[in-house]
Structure formats: structure tokens, C-alpha cells
Design a protein around this ligand. Structure first.
Ligand code: AMP
Ligand code: SF4
Length: 456
């Protein structure tokens, strides 16, 4: 998921709209924008891509100099318009809108406690929980109420809260989800990724720190508050490996450079004689370039992705699939035939994509396919808003590397070790829980589910 907010700028909705386009890769299921003109709120949202939901008429209705927007990717069974953000809350102490990226791990407990006190929820989204926590607290001071509510939440979040006068931006104490601050036209913009800054002509200022809340108010300098004293830098490794766009800078690391370094280390650690190096578009192109540069084996564009296949793409029937109808990804047959190919991919989750691509390359005449993965093997599910499945579905939780190699029918397979992932980003720490099971938070109900389903 991705969030963006603009504060104290004319045409805030338009800027958020263009920013959401730049964040579209983070979620294609739904999107929305909510604005304020200082006295009222205006909102448009829907299920689909940014281009499908918004038009000039809808944007014109979104008045005001403050706006927040959201792109949604569904993780599990929480679909439906009622879960499309931003959410808008009406309250006698002042209306407010909220958008959020991430997942709480104690949402079940918080929901039950809030319901016991009389709260009634409209959606299954974690965002609504924070709203209720804020209002459950009877303190008059809004900042204190938000701080207290944030400290009751365990998990991953980058929150935007828009009131008639202010924009609040909050990042969880482990910094699992990134969020950056930029400047534009005398106002401010905050975004899950800096690629949105380029899209709207904003300049990067800094990242929001783990456990920090930044408050933007008209004619005042932004106010920074540390709501947690136990902060750490455990940003999600998959942000760098898979989610983010290569042109984004996350915590002082350019995503393309990070991925190129991963490819370089793979070439050093797992060299193999081959004729060309290719990457699975889009997320593995940088890794393939890094591998090629380091190994001296030429990089080629061996796979072409059709960029125009959206959410409503009709999958070819089994018969057409068997005839080789593949519209999302195609091999460049003349380059591949008779060649020993090194294939870079960002990650293996269930193993189905990689298996399909190896087969595609072999069908196109590749003599050998050597798979190199730009992150460690995934043995554990994610509970922080990334849909990386259950133990049963994760191929590396079920099989060792040799068995995975056999399943995907590759000639060789190598996963980048953890320490090289950190080295690629020049960092001491990241959340690596889906690789090593060291979750940076307690797991609460997730662990209970495990006991039942997976004998954790
Ligand atoms: P598979 O192994 O078939 O489940 O798919 C793995 C591929 O899905 C990777 O190469 C990524 O490009 C992509 N991927 C990795 N993590 C995720 C995720 N959390 N959600 C959606 N796609 C992902
Ligand atoms: Fe990211 Fe994996 Fe940590 Fe989830 S468990 S936040 S996917 S690194």
C-alpha cells in the first residue's frame, strides 16, 4: 500500500492525484483522495486503478489546500469499498481523515477491547482502530491523545491524519514502513516513496524517523515529537528488494543501487559459466545489471513485460495456455535459443512464478537456466501488511534449496545471504523476519493462529 499527503498547497488534490500515479505499483485494488478546505472535507474513492477512479470532474470536487491519498493492495480477504482509504471520521471535537500503510499485530485484542467499551466498526481495516483509540482517550489535547493511541499499537504503520488545520504523520517505532517528507510550493508533501516527489516537482527534505510524529500546521515550522522511546531501524527488507520503484530513495539508499549491489554480490558468491544475464521485469532488472557488470557476462533484455495488463486481465483458458498464450511476460526467443542463461529474480514466495519463467526460457530454447535470487529464502510469513502467505504456501518453508531447484526445474539456484542484503544497503539492520523468523514485535493473535494451524 502507499500513502501521500500534501499540506498548505494550492491544488492539493491534483498534486496527490499525480503522486498516487507514481505510487500505483504499491497497490492496484483501490485508491482514494480526501481533502480539506479548512472547514469541510471532500472525498472520492473507489476500487480500481488511479486512472479508473479519478477524472477532472471528480478532482474538481476535491477542494482545499490539504489532501491525503492512498493506493490499496488487498492482503487477504479484506476487500470491498468500505476498506478503501482514506477514511473520514465525523466527531463533535472535529472531523478528520486518515490513511495508513501497514498492519497491526494486536488488532484483534484492540478491537475486542474497543467493542467492549461501545465502539462499532464499519470496516475490517486497522486504520479505524487508531481513530477509535484516539477518541476513546478523553484527554483534551489531541497530540497527547494520538501519542497515547500510537503507543497502544504493535505492528507496522505509516499513518497520515488530516484535520481542518493540521496534517499529522506517524511512523511505527521499528520504522517497518517508510515515509519521507518533501517541500513543494511553500507547503509540504509526505509520501511512502520519494518517486512521488519527482512526479510532482517536490524536493526531498528527510525521512520520518521510527517512533516519530511530525505535525504540519499553517504558518508554523513542522513540529517533531518522538512518541516512543524504544525505536529501532528495522525497515522492511522487501521494500528494497521488491516493493519500491528503482528511482526511490529509502533511508538514504537508492533502490536501483541497492538491487544492483545484490546482483553484484550474487555474481561474487555464485558464479557460473553462461552466455547472458537477464532479469525478471521490473524489479529484477537492476539486479541483473549488477550481476552482469560484476561477472563480465553480457546483460540482455531477455524477457518483455506487457505493461498494459491491469487488474481485470482475463487469464487465457487452459487450452490457450497450453498453446503458449502468455501475455504478461514473453521471452525474446532469438536471444535465448541455444544460450546458457543466468536469470535474476527478486524473490521466491510460492515458487510458481519462477517455475513458469524457467519453463518459458527452456521452451524458447535456453540450453541452461541458472536462477539467482536477490534475497534470502523465505521461511516465515509476514504479519506487517505484506502478503507473503502462510507456512504451507511458502516453498522454502517446505523444501530445502536443492528441492526448490528441482521444483522450479532450474540448472542451479542460489539465494543471497542475509549479511549481503544488509551490505547491499550499507545498513546494520532491517526487518528480515520472513527470512529468519526474528520478528521485531510480539505477534499476539498471529501466534495464536499459528498454534492452531501450524503447530508453531
Ligand atoms: P511466487 O514465488 O510465484 O509466489 O512469486 C514470487 C514473485 O512475486 C516475486 O518474484 C516477486 O516479483 C513477487 N512478489 C514478491 N513478494 C510479493 C508480495 N508480497 N506480493 C505480491 N508479489 C510479490
Ligand atoms: Fe518485510 Fe519480511 Fe519484515 Fe514482512 S517480515 S516486514 S515482508 S522483511
Amino acid at each position: 500500500m502507499g500513502v501521500i499527503g500534501v499540506f498548505n498547497c494550492e491544488n492539493a488534490a491534483e498534486l496527490v492525484y499525480y503522486g498516487l500515479h507514481a505510487l500505483q505499483h504499491r497497490g492496484q485494488e483501490g485508491c482514494g483522495i480526501c481533502t480539506t478546505d479548512g472547514s469541510d472535507f471532500f472525498r472520492e474513492r473507489g476500487e480500481g486503478l488511479v486512472t479508473e477512479i479519478f477524472n477532472e470532474k471528480k478532482l474538481a470536487k476535491l477542494k482545499g489546500n490539504g489532501a491525503i491519498g492512498h493506493v490499496r493492495y488487498s492482503s487477504g480477504d479484506d476487500g470491498g469499498l468500505e476498506n478503501v482509504q482514506p477514511f473520514l471520521f465525523r466527531h463533535h471535537t472535529g472531523d478528520f481523515a486518515m490513511a495508513h500503510n501497514g498492519n497491526f499485530v494486536n488488532s484483534r485484542q484492540l478491537r475486542m477491547a474497543l467493542e467492549a467499551q461501545g465502539s462499532i466498526f464499519q470496516s475490517s481495516s486497522d486504520t479505524e482502530i487508531l481513530a477509535h483509540l484516539m477518541k476513546m482517550n478523553r484527554r483534551r489535547d489531541r497530540i497527547e491523545a494520538i501519542e497515547e493511541a500510537l503507543n497502544m499499537i504493535e505492528g507496522a504503520f505509516a499513518f497520515l491524519i488530516l484535520t481542518n488545520e493540521k496534517l499529522y504523520v506517524c511512523r511505527d517505532k521499528n520504522g517497518l514502513r517508510p515515509i519521507s517528507i518533501g517541500k513543494i510550493n511553500g507547503g509540504y508533501v509526505v509520501s511512502s516513496e520519494t518517486c512521488a516527489f519527482e512526479a510532482i516537482g517536490a524536493t526531498f527534505v528527510r525521512d520520518v524517523e521510527p517512533g516519530e510524529m511530525v505535525i504540519f500546521e499553517k504558518e508554523k515550522e513542522p513540529l517533531s515529537i518522538l512518541f516512543s522511546e524504544e525505536s529501532s531501524h528495522k525497515m522492511c527488507a522487501m521494500e528494497l528488494v521488491y516493493f519500491a520503484r528503482p528511482d526511490s530513495e529509502i533511508e538514504n539508499v537508492n533502490v536501483h543501487t541497492f538491487r544492483k549491489n545484490c546482483g553484484k554480490y550474487l555474481a561474487q558468491l555464485a558464479p557460473v559459466k553462461a552466455d547472458l544475464v537477464i532479469g525478471v521485469p521490473d524489479s529484477s532488472i537492476s539486479g541483473a545489471i549488477g550481476y552482469a557488470e560484476e561477472s563480465g557476462i553480457p546483460y540482455e533484455i531477455g524477457l518483455i513485460k506487457n505493461k498494459y495488463i491491469g487488474r481485470t486481465f482475463i487469464q487465457p483458458s487452459q487450452i490457450l495456455r497450453e498453446k503458449g498464450v502468455r501475455l504478461k511476460l514473453s521471452p525474446v526467443r532469438s536471444l535465448i535459443t541455444g544460450k546458457r542463461v543466468i536469470l535474476l529474480d527478486d524473490s521466491i514466495v510460492r515458487g510458481t512464478t519462477c517455475k513458469r519463467i524457467v519453463k518459458m526460457l527452456k521452451d524458447a530454447g535456453a540450453k541452461e537456466v541458472h536462477v539467482r535470487i536477490c534475497c534470502p529464502s523465505m521461511h516465515h510469513p509476514c504479519f506487517y501488511g505484506v502478503d507473503t502467505s502462510t507456512y504451507n504456501e511458502l516453498i522454502s518453508a517446505q523444501k530445502d534449496v536443492e528441492e526448490v531447484r528441482k521444483t522450479i526445474e532450474a540448472d542451479s539456484l542460489f539465494f543471497l545471504p542475509e549479511e549481503y542484503l544488509l551490505k547491499a544497503g550499507n545498513r546494520n539492520d532491517l526487518c528480515l523476519a520472513c527470512y529468519n523468523g526474528k520478528y521485531p514485535t510480539h505477534l499476539y493473535q498471529s501466534k495464536i493462529d499459528f498454534n492452531i494451524e501450524h503447530k508453531f
